[in-house]
Design a binder for this molecule. Structure first.
Ligand code: NAP
Length: 319
């Protein structure tokens, strides 16, 4: 079968399509024939070799995908032909097939395409954990989703709206703001426009957002501290470098600033999150949105695209 294989760390060009042996499902595992694969920013950090989690080479990237169960190993509660989405495989998922532990495969709701299935694992679980577990989001509160147009952002918007929050979202350019409006946010701001945060106090009756979900803390954390409401909470989901801040603001406003990594989620938390997501995915409240699509062989293009501005939902690879 074909798979992307990285033999040395580096730029997107190290993502090479190769012939590799087909994996086999062992006890408690399933072999999944993949129909769509989700691309996450973390795949690019690991590929570059600069991330805290180091991959062992040769390495096949990827965590999120969806497809058909082709074979179930002894004790795995799946039947051949079942549609599933997966979060994490024994090897990576940038491939035609992958073996996953049965606890990492979830039934894919009939209403969802495989591409949508490939957009669930990292983005929706991150959004869920950031909003509810780390952020303590409550109905009627105002949340600022700082970077709402990408994979995690769209998921956060949908979960926050479904939970009855007032949502302020940011995206790049007027098209980005229009895209957020189409998702139903209460207020959409263009984070490329100078002074775009000036209106936040007006939009929140001079209180500031109760909760901020931050996708690019190295750019925005100083502003988030300034804008957050008294006793506000800021959850840092993404950051690509250091940033100077005024810690005094955390004192004067009793702020909580929390980092959140999906990798730290326990097995029990993962089960709870995916069971909760299943309801929204089945009733249509949660609708993963697909941005750009690339053939698996062009994974290098997807890695360049995911770090470029102009996110509109999830980037997927088609094997
Ligand atoms: P993505 O699909 O590439 O989206 C990136 C988002 O960042 C887009 O909404 C983009 O908006 C926005 N952005 C660009 N410039 C910004 C700015 N100045 N201020 C605020 N937002 C800005 O990535 P993703 O999958 O949604 O992930 C978002 C971040 O979270 C990444 O850094 C990723 O590594 C991280 N992440 C962390 C975890 C975790 O466990 N902590 C899990 C998943 C992802 P435009 O393109 O419209 O400008």
């Amino acid at each position: 079968m074909k798979a992307i294989v990285v033999e040395k760390f580096g730029g997107p060009e190290v993502l090479r399509l190769k012939d590799v042996p087909e994996p086999k499902a062992g006890p408690g595992q399933v072999l999944v024939a993949l129909k769509a694969i989700g691309v996450n920013p973390v795949d690019t950090y690991i590929r570059a070799g600069t991330y805290t989690r180091k991959a062992e080479l040769p390495w096949t990237p990827g965590t999120d995908a969806a497809g058909f169960v082709e074979a179930a190993g002894p004790g795995a509660p799946f039947k051949p032909g079942e549609r599933v989405y997966v979060y994490g495989a024994v090897g990576g998922v940038y491939a035609e097939k992958a073996v996953v532990e049965a606890s990492r495969a979830f039934p894919l709701a009939d209403r969802l395409s495989f591409e949508q299935g490939a957009a669930i694992g990292v983005p929706y679980a991150t959004a869920h954990r950031a909003l509810f577990q780390s952020g303590g989001a409550r109905r009627g509160e105002t949340v600022l989703i700082h970077g709402a147009s990408g994979g995690v952002g769209v998921a956060t918007v949908q979960l926050a709206l479904a939970a009855g929050l007032i949502v302020i979202g940011t995206a790049g350019g007027p098209e980005g703001a229009a895209f957020l409006k189409s998702l139903g946010v209460s207020y959409a701001l263009d984070h490329r426009k100078p002074g775009y945060l000036d209106d936040i106090l007006k939009l929140t009756d001079a209180q500031g957002p109760d909760l901020i979900i931050e996708m690019l803390a190295n750019v925005n954390l100083a502003d988030d501290l300034r804008l957050a409401a008294q006793r506000g909470r800021i959850v840092i989901v993404g950051s690509r470098g250091p940033v100077p801040i005024d810690p005094r603001l955390t004192i004067t406003k009793d702020l909580t600033v929390r980092g959140m990594s999906l990798w730290n989620m326990s097995e029990a938390e993962r089960e709870h999150v995916h069971a909760d997501l299943a309801k929204g995915l089945a009733d249509g409240t949660l609708k993963p949105l697909i941005g750009a699509k690339f053939p698996l062989a062009e994974a290098f293009k997807a890695h360049a695209a995911i770090l470029a501005p102009g996110a509109r939902g999830k980037i997927v690879l088609i094997p």
